[in-house]
Ligand binder design. Structure first.
Ligand code: NAP
Length: 282
């Protein structure tokens, strides 16, 4: 249940997000360096979208990857739902490729469900694959019922990932979406894995249990949040940072192994769902 690059190598358990990056010219150089540091540290999966900064994040990625062996990278972008039909998707995909200065995407995601029928989007995605512009396609922000519908359309089962919000303070996907994906060997890309530095869940970084576990591993709360996700099969967190120091910290989280007791303590502090919850969305 892993992502593979074109030459079959693995992009590493943690990827890099890019939302809000590339938008501020004064921060561009540091953000570019942060992404490059991530690549050096094995975070070769980079997630972006045509939506982010109206293409500015894709341009930042395009700038950051210059000089790297393309086959060692795993590049992901997303198409707006209203571009995910026959009349727009081919143009959107080529525009993303141009901004990212590459000739293929490893994974192209439907950003969220819109009014274009799944069957049409899937047919287009399969065409993009045949044209060599993308290696695989997937979806984002789809809950279990949507996934069932998607997998029922022709070639729908070729879906290679579902990217949804998932962090220690928002565990609703564990009720049925994550098991559904795990059973079908479809990776779950966890977005907002740091709850946007705790902004989405006040007190997450300062929580006593998180702090205690971080202290005992000589780690940081952010690393504990990432290690919590990495403890689940098929989950790939994609934290975003514009700071090199945070990139190093996030990459280092891949080494952190939480014990069964620590995971139980986190369950007590942030209980897993006991009923179906609406999909959390940012
Ligand atoms: P996030 O990764 O949970 O949090 C990003 C925030 O955390 C930034 O403010 C960053 O600030 C801070 N941060 C990063 N590393 C840190 C560390 N080690 N210690 C302390 N703070 C740290 O939030 P996100 O960017 O919303 O989500 C991640 C990625 O998922 C996005 O960038 C995007 O690629 C994707 N996403 C997808 C969807 C979708 O609909 N599919 C929605 C949202 C996000 P600094 O820059 O100062 O480090």
């Amino acid at each position: 249940m892993e992502f593979l690059t074109q030459n079959g190598s693995r992009p590493g358990p943690i990827g890099q997000g890019t939302w809000y990056l590339g938008e501020d010219p004064a921060a561009f150089a540091e953000e570019r360096k942060a992404l490059q540091e991530g690549i050096e540290q094995g975070m070769t999966l980079i997630d972006t979208a045509e939506m982010y900064g109206d293409g500015a994040a894709e341009e930042l990625v395009g700038s950051a990857i210059q000089g790297y062996d393309r086959e060692s990278l795993y590049l992901v972008s997303k198409v707006y739902p209203f571009h995910a039909g026959r009349s727009n998707i081919f143009h959107s995909c080529r525009a993303s490729l141009r901004r990212m200065r590459t000739d293929y995407l490893d994974l192209y995601l439907l950003h969220w469900r819109g009014s274009v029928p799944f069957a049409e989007t899937v047919d287009c995605m399969e065409q993009l694959k045949r044209q060599g512009l993308i290696r695989a396609w997937g979806v984002s922000n789809l809950d279990t019922a949507d996934m069932r519908e998607l997998l029922a359309v022709p070639d729908g089962a070729h879906c290679a990932a579902n990217q949804v919000l998932y962090h220690l303070g928002s565990r609703g996907v564990e009720y049925d979406l994550l098991p559904y994906l795990q059973q079908r060997e479809i990776p779950l890309m966890a977005y907002c894995p740091l709850a946007q530095a705790g902004r989405l869940r006040r007190g997450l970084f300062a929580n006593d249990t998180v702090q205690d576990i971080a202290f005992s591993h000589n780690a940081t709360p952010a690393q504990v949040l990432l290690a919590f996700l990495l403890a689940r099969p098929g989950v790939v967190p994609i934290p975003r940072t514009g700071q090199v120091a945070h990139t190093v910290e996030n990459a280092d989280a891949a080494r952190l192994r939480l014990t069964a007791e620590e995971l139980t303590a986190l369950d007590a502090a942030f209980p897993p769902p006991t009923r179906k919850m609406p999909l959390d969305i940012q």
